[in-house]
Design a protein around this ligand. Structure first.
Ligand code: ZN
Length: 146
């Protein structure tokens, strides 16, 4: 037996699986009766916790969440479609008229500029994702369970 014993974290890891321990801790556990007993205690505790019934709330969680959700679903953005349709038409007409010239221009585009465009696009997408996540967190904070 060595002078140290396993930490609580190592004891709990060993209770889950002895394969989770590093070699020195596993070697100690093989030789130390005290640590083996503590691991056995954790295993009994984990098994008992696994047998506990699922917690039941004293209130209807589903009804509480549904009561706080917006009642109306967002309207379809028809105005945005009315704006987008002419824009798409103008872009389509532009491509039809100057498509050949554009293809030549993009073939001569240096790779550095292309890489820059990819990086900027990545930043824009990442920014949108962060904004979406922040909005989701704000909305989740507004929910209160009573
Ligand atoms: Zn020990």
């Amino acid at each position: 037996m060595t002078s140290f014993h396993l930490s609580e974290r190592d004891l709990q890891a060993a209770a889950e699986s002895s394969a989770l321990l590093a070699a020195p801790q596993a070697a100690h556990l093989r030789d130390c009766r005290q640590c083996q007993n503590q691991v056995a205690t954790y295993q009994h505790l984990f098994a008992a916790a696994a047998r506990l019934p699922q917690p039941a709330f004293a209130f209807d969680l589903t009804a509480s969440v549904l009561a706080q959700l917006p009642k109306t679903k967002p309207a379809f953005p028809w105005v945005l479609c009315l704006v987008a349709l002419p824009v798409v038409g103008v872009v389509g007409a532009f491509l039809a008229l100057f498509g050949g010239t554009l293809v030549q221009a993009f073939q001569e585009l240096p790779t550095l500029l292309g890489g820059g465009l990819v990086i900027v696009t990545g930043f824009l997408v990442a920014g949108q994702c962060v904004e979406l996540l922040a909005r989701h967190r704000r909305q989740m904070r507004l929910l209160s369970f009573s």
